[in-house]
Every structure is written in C-alpha cells, then in structure tokens.
Design a protein around this ligand. Structure first.
Ligand code: G2I
Length: 465
C-alpha cells in the first residue's frame, strides 16, 4: 500500500513536470540556432569557411568551424610558396593537415590555389618564359596529383584580371601571354579528371567590366573545349555596398553552363563596429546569401574565416574590419543571425511560436521522461521541428521519443538525436553525449522536415532507461 502511494506520487510529479515543460516551451526563450552546414545541406548547397593550420590550433575556433561549416578552404597552405618553395621540392604537410582536420569534421575541401601572382616564390617569378611554362605545368601536375580524390574543387587560376577587364599584367601574363590560363586548366584536368576546376577572382561579384571579362573567357573556354567547371566569386565586400546585380551575375554564369560558388565572403566596415553598422552588415550578408540561394547552380558560400579574431582585413585595410559573422570572442553577430535566417534557420531567436503536445505517462518504473514537439519555423513544403526531452524524477541514461506524423510529413535531417523512420512513424534516440539527464533536466533535438497539405502536430511518447 505504501509502495502504491509512492508510485502515484511519482506519476503526479512527472505530470507536473510535463506541465512545466509546456510552460517553458511557450515562453519566448532563446533557442540554439541550427548550424549553417545543416541548413545549407537541407537546401542542397554547402556552407564553407577558410582556415589556416595555425588557426585550427585554436580549439574553440576549430570547434566553431566544425559546427558551422561542411566545406573548408585552406587559407594559405596550398599556395605555391608553401607547396613548392624551391623548384621540384614539394611540401604538402600543411595542406595535408588542413585536409585531415576537414575530414575529421566531415567537411569537404576546396583547393586554393594553383596559379596566382601572389604568394609565389621568387624562383618562379625569375624564370625565363620557356622554363616558366614548364614549371607551371609541373607544379599543377604534382600538386593536383597529390590531392587527387581528396578535394571538391581547385581554384586553378586566381585573380588574373584587372578592374577594367583587361588581363592583369602579372609575371604570368607578361611572360606567357593570354594562353597561360587555358594551359593551367588543361594541366589540372590531365592530373585529376574528376575534381571541379574553378577560375576565382574578386570584384567580379556583380555585373561589371571585370566580371564581363571573366564571363567572356569562360564562354570561349567552353566553346574551345578548355576544361572549366566553375567560377568563384570571392565577395570581399564593403558594408552597404553589396552589388545589386549579384544574383543576375551568378545567373548568367550558370546559364553559360558552369557552376558558381561564393568563395571568400567577408563584409568589412570602418572600425569600431556600431549597432547600426552591424545591422547593415547583417542585411548585407543576407543579400549575398539570397543571391546565391536564388540560383540553382550556385553550389555554396564560403566565408574567409568565421571570426573577426582571424580576419585578414585589419592588416591590409587599416581602420577597417569586423567583417565576419562571429566577433573576436567567437560570439555570433547580427550577421550570423541574418545568414542563419537566410538559410531558413531561426537565428538565435525563434521567429514563430511553438506548439507543445501532451506529455506521456512514464513507463519503465522510476525512470521516465516527457517530450514536447514544436514547429520552430515553417515555409512552403518545409519546416524545422524541435523536440524537448525532460527527465522525470530520476536520472536517466538514455531516452527514446516516438511519434507518428498525422499528415504524411517526413524528416530529412536531424541533429542531436539519431532517427529511424518507418512510414509515418519516427523513433528518435539520444546520441552518446545527450542521453544522460539529471532528474527534471532537459535536452532538445531538432530536425528539418517536409510537409504537403497540412503540418499537424503529432502526439509524442517518451521512454527512458
Ligand atoms: O587577401 C585575402 C584573400 C584574397 N583572395 C585570395 C586569398 O588567398 C587571400 O587570402 C589571404 C590570406 O588570408 C592571408 O593570410 O592571402 C594573403 C596573402 O595575399 C594572406 O596573407 C599572408 C600575409 O600577407 C603574409 O605576410 C603571411 O606570411 O599570409 C602569409 C602566411 O601567413
């Protein structure tokens, strides 16, 4: 008899906890934003960033990159001054280290860059034309061979045009003439038949003389059978000055038959940052992201770093900076929230209210849990859901939440839980880091889903052990 009373007491308490959970769910609390990489993946694109080996020694920064990005560009490690400092003497250690870190974070890698006028050793610049051509082909062949099968793309040639659309008068251009770019692409294709080959440049983000020149080059390459797969728009932009023709520019390259990527996005401002400048920067990030997301064939966006802590801007443009989505302390700026929302996420604050469901009766003796299901945001055909799990009166080490979608909805990608579906039935289990909950403590997992006619809230059940 005494035991029955005790059990009834636990049930009542769990029910009470369920009510508490409902109250919390309805409160306008801050929720963790979904990582950009997950939001991007749900849209069939990538979100990338650049980092150097040195920056990856900063464990908090490394973790931020692993959380937000599913594409990585080595900041300096695949450039000529690192990879072939002396003729025929190759050094792939630093580049390999970035690839290893990226692989560990389940990121793909953009190779950057094979032929550029900058960060190229003097021995290359001092070669006579005949030897320079051979050195270029040898460099490309060896480096592309080394990374064959490991990269998504190569920036084969970087920054070969001037602002007026004429060829930059670099040592490459002056010694080898117009043909060197096509030769570089042919050598890269010979060394790796599968990697995507990109031409990459800055101030080519909107329509203008420089992007026209790149457009005409790509068009003639395609007509002549020179292998080229993509155009990289670096997008080193200035607050308040995102080109209005960015989307149109991206579209015209895609219409030619190549893909486009935004490869080095940052948006600088005169420092110090103010709330007003940060707000403008946020809408600028959204505008740049929207331009890419609006065009099928714009495959991804890479920012040139994530945090102002490691941006190249202040050293090259004194008095300017604050160009990236996270500040010096790795805290998200308004630009991050805007970017997150542009990708269909919530930013740091949910934009719509949530709808809880009835907590279920605990099973399995003293170990129990309740769950509430919420639609965080919803758009045509898609939605982001969040399920909060709260332990009952005893600590639990594992939990399982199940539901059946009432309107044929489906789950496409999930974070902080592992999900198995069977028809409309969904079973979500904790991962190894979030199964353990103290009495009354909670955790949450999220997912992206699709819906058709209706997006009704399912009843959820939670069991714990
Ligand atoms: O300049 C920004 C980017 C423009 N587009 C091409 C990118 O490759 C370029 O990246 C930057 C790197 O982020 C910097 O880290 O390229 C710079 C060189 O043009 C890199 O800066 C250099 C410093 O100028 C050198 O003093 C330093 O030795 O990095 C070198 C290695 O740390």
């Amino acid at each position: 008899m005494a035991r029955r009373t005790w059990q009834a007491g636990i049930s009542a308490m769990v029910t009470a906890l369920g009510v508490v959970a409902i109250t919390l769910t309805n409160a306008p609390e801050a929720a963790a934003a979904s990582p950009l990489r997950d939001l991007a993946a749900a849209k069939g694109v990538y979100f990338g960033t650049a980092a150097t080996v040195g920056e990856l020694n900063d464990s908090a920064y490394k973790a931020l990159g692993a959380r937000e990005a599913d594409m990585m560009t080595p900041g300096n490690e695949m450039k000529w001054d690192t990879t072939e400092p002396n003729r025929g003497q190759f050094n792939f250690g630093p580049g390999d280290a970035v690839v290893a870190a990226a692989t560990a974070a389940n990121q793909r890698v953009r190779g950057h860059t094979l032929v550029w006028h900058s960060q190229t050793p003097n021995w290359v610049q001092n070669l006579p034309a005949t030897e320079l051509r051979q050195a270029m082909v040898d460099h490309i062949t060896t480096e592309v061979n080394h990374y064959e099968g490991k990269l998504y793309a190569w920036d084969v040639v970087n920054e070969a045009f001037s602002e007026d659309g004429t060829r930059r008068q670099s040592f490459w251009q002056q010694k080898l003439g117009d043909g060197y770019i096509a030769e570089a692409f042919r050598a890269a294709r010979a060394a790796d038949p599968a990697v995507k080959l990109y031409y990459n440049d800055y101030n080519t983000d909107g329509v203008g003389a420089k992007s026209d020149a790149v457009y005409n080059m790509v068009k003639s390459f395609l007509q002549q059978g020179v292998p080229i797969d993509g155009v990289g728009l670096q997008a080193h932009l200035i607050v308040g000055q995102v080109p209005g023709s960015m989307r149109q520019n991206i579209q015209r390259f895609v219409d030619l038959g190549v893909e486009v990527a935004i490869t080095e996005l940052d948006i600088r401002m005169p420092t110090p940052a103010t709330a007003a400048k940060l707000a403008t920067q946020a809408s600028d990030y959204k505008a740049a992201a929207d331009a890419c997301l609006a065009v099928a064939g714009c495959v991804g966006i890479t920012t040139w770093g994530l945090s102002d802590k490691y941006s190249w801007i202040p050293s090259v443009f004194p008095g300017e900076g604050a160009a990236l989505p996270f500040d010096d302390a790795l805290q998200a700026k308004p630009a991050y929230d805007a970017l997150n929302r542009a990708y269909g996420g919530t930013g740091s604050t949910p934009t719509s209210t949530t709808t809880p469901t009835t907590p279920t009766t605990p099973t399995g003796g003293a170990k129990s849990c309740t769950a509430s299901y919420a639609i965080v945001s919803q758009w045509q055909g898609g939605f982001q859901g969040e399920v909060k799990v709260t332990a009952g009166g005893s600590a639990v080490t594992a939990w399982t939440v199940t539901w059946t979608f009432p309107n044929g909805q489906s789950v496409s990608s999930v974070w902080n839980a592992s999900v198995v579906t069977s028809g409309s039935g969904v079973t979500a289990k904790n991962l190894n880091y979030n199964g353990r909950l103290d009495p009354g403590a909670g955790t949450a997992f999220g997912f992206l889903g699709s819906w058709n006619s209706a997006n009704g809230i399912p009843s959820v059940a939670c069991t714990a052990s």
